[in-house]
Design a protein around this ligand. Structure first.
Ligand code: GCV
Length: 835
């Protein structure tokens, strides 16, 4: 008896392990909450008045979520007389079955939540303007319970900011995803729609829970078979999966389709045969997909054909397609991302940033009402920092949607944690001062500023088959945050973050505070170690947009230039002496940017060419700022692992370990970035780092300076992506060794090995101290994430660290490497730091 009590006490005092979690439920985990009493007034019965798949989805979701979170069974009934005490799910038309509605005017897709008590009957009403509104109301109620917040005590209404709240997926029909970093497509495989669309159904649920109402399922670089009759039948299967969730399918289409698919001699958008083709093709689509949302069009951009081939304008092309969609209620999202990628670097007036405005502003007012121009948030391409696109202010008679990128193409590809809501908020809140009035971007795209009928938000999501959708557990905050901002761009960053964290990781205060704090500044940190002062992400833009590759941006036709030379750096975009880009902004804002003294420092190098010694508002020179920011950012990235480790045991092991691995990787890669960028600036500017850090690494032993058996040194390209610009490689199948004698004072150290991990092989490594093993590992990470990369450079450089190693003078350290396939067990350096 006594022992049993002791055992019981022991069991009670042991933390209950969190349940296993593969991340697939994201923020819809419905984990049991601790204080269920405050929801005691929610009746156990759910009465759903309608019978459409969306009505039922709302009821099932409430049942599933409330049962799981509150730990008592909820039942679903369709009997209206059963509603004496019930949660009633209804919309404006179904509710009239039990109540007389007087003057209910809910905007489309909105909801009202609240109790309604009459005598002994206690009802909690989830009233949607329509079926989608019911669903959004149900998810809102579940969110309140999941975050342990009070539920409404009087009717509370929620409504979306704008009608377009879409995600784009850049999925190819073969199953790959352009700029996708979380596995293969959930939609396609091997040229067809997948037979098993379970994940698509689950994706619809996730999207509905954050108010998204449309998905463009295929890449904007559209496969030319997209509009073939066979494919349309297949796309209809995707639409069937998403329909219950109120999510409509749209397609990216290539403007040459009338010619390629329809076999017409032309695709000239004003040709009558082409117009007729679009009409019959659209009619065919609506037969298969009655709620089809419309088309996204990328044309005259990055090798895609377009109306310019026939000397037609984007308006003529967009309108031809839009007129075909109009009778069915469909829309065209025509992308503003039209630019020439063969610019002349020697032309000092050439400027890619000008392209959006130059191509579209004269067309303002010439588009059909069901055309929306989809504008990337900045004028270049989702860099770590850009000004907001001036096109938003220039289109005052045209509906617009802002395109934001959830997939982290230039922002660490879901191997670095970068919480993007603060960046998006800065774009949405940016006040362009069009017509000398307050015109924040969010109000322009909502259609408010210029009284446009349509508008909204498009997020490039690129989820994949990885169980947790985006690969990095933290990255899901971006998908969630995108939906929340599209619903209400006035929501505060902290509110979005805190809600996501609670729903995803639980309400434990330590967990919530730690994760919120990790995420909150992560964009700033990433900016610090990848590209400062508006210069852009200094990544290899000719390759995977992942690791550092600084000069790749210069001297080519892509126009992501920063025009560095020995004296200075930055694009002169002024009206006075530069490309004139600044003149595309409304005058009040242009005046701020034009003057180097009033231009905000974080956009300085985007707008101006300045000497490296130009003094910023905080008193630092440009070059010293770059050094300091990189050291500070990389140092912050080193704190992620120990901060995360404080959560061990407080969250499930699966997601704990997955995140720990990613933070460990990020810490190492942040150092690769730091060293590459700071060394490059020091070389280019010839201005040394005042703190003497750059190029001076006293704790490093370069691999090429160690005693080698079999290993040979090679030059790394670009030079800045390896320490001392060299790696050593082993071309002996049996393996090679690097040995060094240590002269460290006796003590406890961390030993890090910086090596390169290619896709093409799984080299084996082991590290010995005085012949005793410290550790061994296999270079089997799939880095860079997107594709195969088989060179030592900033994409493939990675590190492993062994902590708590006791050293004394005279120790001998030996690294063994065994190559695999075409990966020659490449090594950069070993770094030994005091614990
Ligand atoms: C889908 C950038 C990306 C491309 C992308 C393009 C676009 O250039 O690197 O992968 O193509 O933008 O948005 O169309």
């Amino acid at each position: 008896m006594f022992f049993r009590r002791i055992l019981g006490l022991l069991l009670l005092s042991t933390a209950i392990p969190a349940r296993a979690d593969d991340g697939s439920q994201a923020w819809l985990r419905y984990a049991p909450i601790t204080d269920t009493t405050r929801y005691a007034t929610l009746p156990n019965k759910i009465v759903v008045l309608g019978n459409t798949p969306t009505d039922l989805a709302a009821a099932n979701e409430l049942q599933r979520g409330l049962t799981s979170m509150l730990g008592r069974p909820f039942t679903i009934s369709h009997q209206t007389e059963d509603n004496t005490s019930a949660i009633v799910i209804a919309n404006l038309s179904t509710l009239s079955k039990i109540f007389t509605l007087s003057g209910n005017k809910l905007p489309p897709e909105s909801y009202t939540l609240g109790p309604k008590t009459e005598g002994a009957s206690h009802r909690f009403i989830v009233l949607g303007a329509d079926a989608r509104g019911e669903l959004y109301g149900a998810f809102h109620l579940l969110e309140l319970v999941g975050t342990e917040r009070p539920i409404p005590t009087k009717p509370t209404t929620g409504f979306p900011s704008s009608p377009i709240r879409w995600v784009n997926q850049w999925d190819n029909l073969d199953g790959t995803i352009e700029r996708g970093y979380a596995g293969r497509s959930i939609f396609f495989d091997n040229g067809h729609v997948r037979s098993d669309l379970t994940r698509v159904h689950d994706y619809g649920r996730l999207l509905a829970s954050i108010g998204i109402n449309g998905v463009t399922v295929n890449n904007v670089n559209s496969d030319l078979r997209t509009l073939s009759s066979d494919m349309i039948v297949e796309f209809a299967r995707i639409a069937d999966q998403l329909r219950p969730w109120g999510v409509r399918v749209s397609l990216s289409v290539d403007l040459s389709s009338p010619q390629v698919v329809g076999h017409l001699p032309t695709f000239d958008p004003v040709d009558p045969t082409v117009i007729a083709w679009w009409q019959s093709k659209v009619d065919e689509i609506y037969k298969a997909i009655p709620d089809f949302a419309g088309f996204v069009i990328k044309a005259d951009s990055e090798g895609r054909v377009g109306p310019s081939q026939y000397h037609r304008t984007p308006a003529e092309a967009a309108n031809a397609v839009a007129r075909a969609l109009k009778p069915h209620g469909g829309i065209v999202l025509y992308r503003g991302f039209v630019y020439n990628n063969h610019l002349d670097y020697n032309d000092l007036k050439a400027d890619r940033a000008r392209a959006g405005y130059d191509n579209f502003h004269a067309l303002d007012g010439k588009f059909e009402p069901n055309v929306v121009i989809q504008v990337k948030h900045g004028p270049i391409d989702f860099q770590v920092r850009e000004p907001v696109s001036p096109l938003f202010a220039a289109l005052q008679h045209t509906s617009q949607a802002i395109e934001l990128q959830i997939t982290q193409e230039y922002l660490g590809q879901q191997r670095h944690m970068v919480f993007l809501v603060p960046m998006w908020k800065s774009m949405l809140d940016a006040d362009l001062r069009a017509n000398n009035q307050g015109t924040p971007v969010k109000e322009i795209v909502e259609g408010k500023s210029f009284h446009q009928p349509l508008g909204g938000f498009v997020g490039v999501a690129n989820v994949g088959l990885d169980a947790n959708w985006l690969h990095h557990p933290m990255a899901m905050a971006n998908l969630y945050g995108f939906g929340k901002l599209a619903w209400d761009p006035n929501l505060a960053t902290d509110q979005i973050l805190d809600t996501w964290t609670r729903l995803t990781w639980g309400n434990n205060p330590t967990v919530v505070a730690t994760i919120n704090e990790l995420q909150r500044h992560s964009w700033h940190t990433y900016e610090q170690y990848t590209g400062n002062l508006g210069i852009g992400t200094l990544t290899n833009i000719l390759s995977y947009h992942f690791g550092p590759g600084i000069e790749s941006a210069e001297r080519n036709g892509w126009g992501q230039w920063f025009r560095a030379d020995a004296q200075g750096i930055g694009m002169d975009r002024t009206v006075a002496t530069g490309t004139g880009y600044i003149g595309q902004y409304p005058p009040e804002l242009a005046k701020v940017y034009e003057n180097v003294n009033t231009c905000p420092d974080d956009l300085l190098l985007f707008m101006h060419h300045v000497p490296y010694t130009h003094v910023l508002h905080d008193g630092k020179t440009v070059v010293q700022y770059v050094y300091d920011a990189h050291y500070e950012g990389a140092a912050t990235a080193q704190t992620y692992v120990p901060r995360w480790q404080t959560l061990h045991g407080l969250i499930d092991d699966d997601r704990y370990n997955e995140t720990l691995k990613l933070f460990t990787y990020q810490a190492g890669h942040a150092i690769v970035w730091r060293d590459a960028v700071t060394r490059w600036f020091q070389k280019e500017s010839s201005v040394p780092d005042k703190q003497g850090r750059v190029g001076n690494y006293p704790n490093r032993i370069e691999a090429e300076n160690m005693t080698a058996e079999g290993y040979t040194p090679i030059d790394v390209k670009p030079w800045e992506t390896a320490s001392n610009s060299k790696a050593t490689v082993c071309n002996q199948p049996t393996g090679c060794t690097l040995t060094t004698a240590l002269d460290k004072p006796a003590g406890t150290y961390n030993i890090s090995v910086q090596y390169f991990d290619f896709w093409s092989g799984k080299s084996k490594f082991s590290l010995d101290l005085n012949g005793q093993p410290i550790g061994n590992w296999i270079a089997d990470d799939t880095l860079p994430p997107a594709r195969a990369e088989n060179q030592p450079n900033g994409d493939t450089s990675t590190r492993i660290t062994f902590p708590n190693i006791i050293l004394k003078p005279g120790d001998t350290l030996t690294l063994h490497g065994i190559p695999d396939n075409t990966e020659p067990a490449p090594v950069d350096y070993i770094e030994i730091t005091k614990q």
